[in-house]
Design a protein around this ligand. Structure first.
Ligand code: ATP
Length: 282
């Protein structure tokens, strides 16, 4: 495919009742099969940016938008929100708010029904989606009888069954305990292995560093950094200026360098950090 999965050019957006734009001249693109992490302080504009990618902003949530957002080569502003939901799946923060049906299989069928997927095909897609999120065998259960992590995996399955080419997750684990967070990120790893394109907004820098190919740092509506994940998270000075942190192991090595006047090469993984540390000690 020649086109980028997502291409954002000179995007500026203001809500009707705000004086200043909440997104200011945003530019970035991601390739098919890449996972982008978006991080930034509260109110930086992360959710607004995600909603520009699936057309909710400005088509449903109004405001003034300049610039272009293209998904799979087509401008989002030229497509209806219904059409966009075929291309871009969206998983939100609170799992229970996304679930409305009596059984898990009905929950997954619901979105497909809205897309007009034939009934025969639905059954196969339900099986595949449950398999992808590790909920096979749960078809007849009530969504309300699941743990938070399982509910969020179900919400992901319901989106997967609609076969979007891009998945956006807006703080998908912020309401979950550590076990639930791990379950959701394990599913994400599967999706990445399947070659899915994704955007994840999260404050969990450890997991963003481990799972995302690229990271975009948003601050007060502006892109401050956009680079491969390692590059962003080893640029600790800039992260700290933006009131953000790197993964713990990176922070530790940086503190060691500062305290002892050393220059051990920073990394975001434990294995590489240990190697770098040992090499520097030789
Ligand atoms: N519907 C709206 N109308 C007016 N202003 C809004 C609306 N939604 C968000 N905002 C404002 O736009 C700015 C960006 O909000 P947004 O939710 O995109 O940030 P965020 O980085 O996702 O924050 P958080 O990490 O807290 O979720 C904030 O100042 C917010 O108050």
């Amino acid at each position: 495919m020649a086109s980028k999965a997502i291409e954002v050019n000179n995007l500026t957006f203001s809500y009707p009742d705000t004086d200043e734009p909440v997104l200011k001249d945003i530019n970035f693109s991601i390739n098919h099969g890449e996972i982008l992490g978006i991080i930034g302080p509260t109110g930086a504009g992360k959710s607004t940016l995600a909603m520009c990618v699936n057309g909710l902003v400005p088509q449903v949530i109004n405001g003034e938008m300049e610039g272009t957002v293209k998904v799979n080569g087509s401008e989002v502003s030229g497509s209806s929100v219904a059409k966009m939901s075929e291309d871009v799946g969206f998983v939100f923060q609170e799992p229970e708010n996304q679930l409305s049906q009596m059984t898990i299989e009905e929950e997954i069928a619901f979105g497909m029904g809205n897309l007009g997927v034939p009934r025969d095909e639905m059954l196969g897609r339900i099986t595949d989606a449950l398999d992808q999120v590790g909920l096979t065998g749960f078809e007849k259960r009530s969504p309300l009888a699941l743990s938070g992590g399982q509910q969020q995996r179900l919400a992901i399955a319901a989106v997967l069954a609609m076969r979007p080419s891009i998945m956006i997750m807006d703080e998908p684990t912020s309401m979950l305990d550590p076990k639930g967070k791990n379950e959701v990120y394990d599913v994400l790893k599967n999706l990445k292995d399947y070659g899915m394109t994704g955007i994840i907004i999260d404050h969990e820098v450890e997991r963003i560093a481990a799972y995302c190919d690229k990271v975009l740092v948003l601050h007060e509506g502006e892109v401050q950094m956009f680079a491969p994940s390692d590059e962003v998270f080893t640029n600790i000075g800039q992260l700290h200026e933006l009131t953000l942190n790197a993964p713990q192991v990176t922070e530790f090595l940086d503190s060691y360098n500062q305290a002892f006047g050393k220059d051990v090469k920073l990394s975001t993984t434990l294995e590489e950090s240990v190697d770098n540390f040992e090499s520097a000690c030789k």
